[in-house]
Ligand binder design. Structure first.
Ligand code: NAP
Length: 288
């Protein structure tokens, strides 16, 4: 698996497996199958409701000798907390406990809301004590990322944001890179929205290389130097999505993909009042 080195020297796989929207009862099997297929980066979050089952799939793969813990790169995320920073510390402990892990390879502030500075201080402490190898942010627009970098001593290793052919984030990638923050793409397929998997431009490019639309999209992200997360509950698609390291998209094909950019989210704007309202209604229960 191709890797990328973060600003603190930690190496991470450039392609990963995400478990968002996998029902908790299917997650353990999906994670196990993904590891069996060759994925080493696994991405979950407390708000997904399947951290425990993600941990179970990991444990099964390790127990069966498919992989060692050190070979895996496990990510989770902290959702918006009502309470101050000691609650963030407790939430990190809770994620570790529920997943049955001694450390996480990456932990992210999931949304740019709530006491993000208090949470960050807790994450920095957990990083110093070896509980978190890398720490970062998610869904931070470039202006917010720049403010966050400017007001903290420790710079985030990652900013996990939506990147797909409809929302290519070229300028945002440049801004993050300027500050040493690695971009990680969520929803690389835009969850199939706007008929991504049958898009004629992407299909035509795929035909040239004997590859599918999904493979073209993931390869495009890899060649841009972005870490890509893909989700599928189907083993044949897991295998398809990881089979992207034996071809190179030409400059012309990358330019053609560039023409598909619509410059806006395929989902929602993180600053829209309705969206922030939705987030606030899902604040983590800090009394657990
Ligand atoms: N930080 C954040 O706020 C945030 C937000 C969203 C997602 N994420 C992370 O990013 C990961 C990926 O994003 P996502 O799950 O939202 O969407 P995605 O990976 O863009 O799309 C997943 C969808 O595509 C289908 N699919 C996968 N591979 C395919 C293929 N080769 N051909 C045809 N269909 C295929 C899947 O169906 P099947 O499962 O039926 O195959 C699923 O419906 C998440 O799982 C999560 O870890 C983070």
């Amino acid at each position: 698996m191709q890797t990328i080195t973060l600003n603190n020297g930690v190496e991470m796989p450039q392609l990963g497996f995400g478990v968002y929207q996998i029902p908790f009862e299917e997650t353990s099997e999906a994670v196990y199958q993904a590891i069996k297929t060759g994925y080493r980066l696994i991405d979950t979050a407390s708000i997904y409701g399947n951290e425990k089952e993600t941990g179970e799939g990991i444990k099964r793969a390790i127990n069966e000798g498919l992989v060692t813990r050190e070979e895996l790169f496990v990510t989770s995320k902290l959702f918006i907390l009502q309470a101050p920073e000691e609650k963030a510390a407790e939430t990190i402990e809770y994620s570790l406990e529920v997943m049955g892990l001694d450390y996480l390879d990456l932990f992210l502030i999931h949304q740019p809301y709530g006491d993000i500075y208090g949470a960050w201080r807790s994450m920095v402490t957990a990083q110093k004590t070896g509980k978190l190898r890398a720490i970062g942010i998610s869904n931070f627009k470039s202006a917010k990322m720049i403010e966050f970098v400017g007001l903290n001593e420790v710079i985030p290793q990652i900013n996990q944001i939506e990147v797909n052919p409809w929302n290519q984030r070229v300028e945002d990638q440049e801004w993050n890179e300027k500050y040493g923050v690695q971009v990680e793409a969520w929803a690389p397929f835009a969850e199939g929205r706007q008929e991504l998997f049958t898009n004629p431009v992407l299909a035509e490019i795929g035909k040239k290389y004997g590859k599918t639309v999904g493979q073209v999209v993931l390869r495009w992200l890899i060649q841009r130097g972005i870490v890509a997360l893909a989700k599928s509950v189907r083993p044949e698609r897991m295998a398809e999505n990881i089979d992207i390291f034996d071809f190179d998209l030409s400059k012309e094909d990358i330019e053609k993909i560039g023409t598909l950019d619509r410059g806006e989210s395929a989902f929602f704007d993180h600053d829209a009042p309705q969206q922030v309202e939705w987030f606030m209604n899902r604040m983590l229960d800090t009394e657990k």
